[in-house]
Unconditional design. Structure first.
Length: 85
């Protein structure tokens, strides 16, 4: 079995170099596209985070109102019981 050797002429090496450069440019474009997608996702998560902060504030206020209402109700009920006794 005879091994075939290929000769790499300057022209063939230049062609290969051009193909490698083109591949690098295409990869850079794809990575830029992926980076833009991740940036868009990050902006969405920031928006969701701001919305949750608003909801947390509302829940905190609701909890305070419910707690104070319940305490007021218990104190009123205790006052009625004491006054009847």
């Amino acid at each position: 079995m005879e091994l075939m050797r290929e000769k790499w002429t300057d022209e063939r090496l230049d062609d290969l170099n051009g193909k490698v450069d083109d591949l690098g440019r295409r990869m850079d474009l794809r990575f830029d596209s992926v980076d833009r997608r991740f940036e868009a996702i990050d902006r969405r998560f920031e928006d969701v985070g701001r919305r949750f902060e608003g909801i947390e504030g509302r829940i905190d206020r609701l909890t305070w109102v419910m707690t104070t209402t319940m305490i007021t109700g218990f104190l009123t009920l205790a006052g009625l019981i004491v006054s009847q006794g």
